[in-house]
Design a protein around this ligand. Structure first.
Ligand SMILES: Nc1ncnc2c1ncn2[C@@H]1O[C@H](COP(=O)(O)OP(=O)(O)O)[C@@H](O)[C@H]1O
Ligand SMILES: Cc1ncc(COP(=O)(O)OP(=O)(O)O)c(N)n1
Length: 292
């Protein structure tokens, strides 16, 4: 389990020992990515998890077969049902899919009386290569980002947000993350999982202040676990960070904790037997104990 953290910072009704964290995302019926992964990740990090579905995705470990988008009036009804009743400590936004969905979530967010922490995973394309964000929705997603406290792009997503080619090295990743952080006033966790070095480096970059000063970037390095079971790593990391932030950790404290957890979750995939493609991670490796 993750170590205990201080009480939630943004609790309108006082201290909540177990924070309320909401995922707004698409589904994965095989449980590896999307909302199903987010809920496991919240649970693994000591938060009460809730979920609003943006898109029903017929996918498995081999790829995406079909996507069904419920009417956005129903999406709004789901969002209101949660926020009219439950005080939110953090929200994680994953797959949004279309301009209409992005605008609906933005209008709901802008009308909230209290601001929970907001983590946005700018989901665009799955590992399988299937698009999860329509091409004409990319600009709307970019315009949504200023609402976030933290965004968690992978290498191709960061490149698109920066309007550049995908980074081929860490120095370029840092430059792109700085430009995106400054453009939107958000903290950026640039994830380096798509490089192929023996170590995986994720880089945490804060936006510059009005004088152009910024804290040094956090370089978070871990061993690369050699496994093909990496389905849902991005979803799971962004959700873990939302949960830990709601529990009172700073981003700089939460990222190394999540990296250790993810390494164990990837190592323990050998005990899972799910599907024929890119399998899921073992969210509960720390909780259940690992084999070796
Ligand atoms: N093989 C791996 N070994 C260890 N950590 C990994 C591995 N692959 C991804 N990660 C971690 O999982 C997270 C997701 O990374 P990445 O693959 O870059 O994003 P996405 O899943 O969104 O494409 C990052 O924190 C990254 O460091
Ligand atoms: C519904 C849904 N949302 C997001 C993803 C992408 O998952 P992610 O963790 O970014 O990475 P991969 O699973 O593609 O490795 C998804 N597949 N489905």
């Amino acid at each position: 389990m993750t170590s205990p953290a201080s009480a939630p910072r943004r609790s309108p009704s006082g201290v909540r020992e177990i924070p309320n964290v909401l995922s707004i995302a698409g589904t994965d019926p095989t449980g590896g990515a999307g909302i199903q992964a987010d809920l496991k990740s919240f649970a693994a990090h000591g938060a009460y998890g809730m979920a609003v579905v943006t898109a029903l995705v017929a996918q498995n470990t081999e790829g995406v077969r079909d996507i069904h988008l419920p009417p956005v009036t129903f999406l709004r009804a789901q969002l209101d049902a949660v926020s009219d009743d439950v005080a939110l400590d953090a929200v994680k936004v994953g797959m949004l899919g279309t301009v209409e969905v992005i605008e609906t979530v933005a209008q709901w967010w802008d009308g909230l009386p209290d601001r929970p922490w907001l983590v946005v995973d700018p989901v665009m394309v799955a590992t399988s290569g299937d698009r999860l964000l329509q091409a004409d929705a990319e600009q709307a997603l970019i315009e949504f980002l200023h609402r976030a406290d933290l965004i968690t792009p992978n290498i191709p997503e960061l490149a698109l947000l920066a309007g550049q080619e995908p980074a081929a090295d860490a120095a370029t990743l840092v430059r792109q993350a700085r430009s995106v952080a400054d453009a939107h006033g958000v903290v950026v966790l640039a994830k380096g999982g798509h490089f192929d070095d023996d170590e995986v480096e994720d880089i945490l970059v804060h936006p510059a202040d009005d004088d152009g000063a910024r804290p040094d970037e956090g370089r978070h390095v871990s061993e690369r676990v050699r496994t093909t079971s990496t389905h849902g790593t991005g979803c799971s990391v962004s959700s873990a960070l939302a949960a830990l932030r709601a529990r009172g950790l700073s981003w700089d404290e939460a990222v190394p904790q999540v990296k250790v957890w993810m390494t164990e979750a990837l190592r323990d995939t050998q005990r899972l037997n799910v599907g024929h493609g890119h399998g899921p991670i073992q969210h509960f490796a720390q909780l259940w104990g690992t084999q070796g």
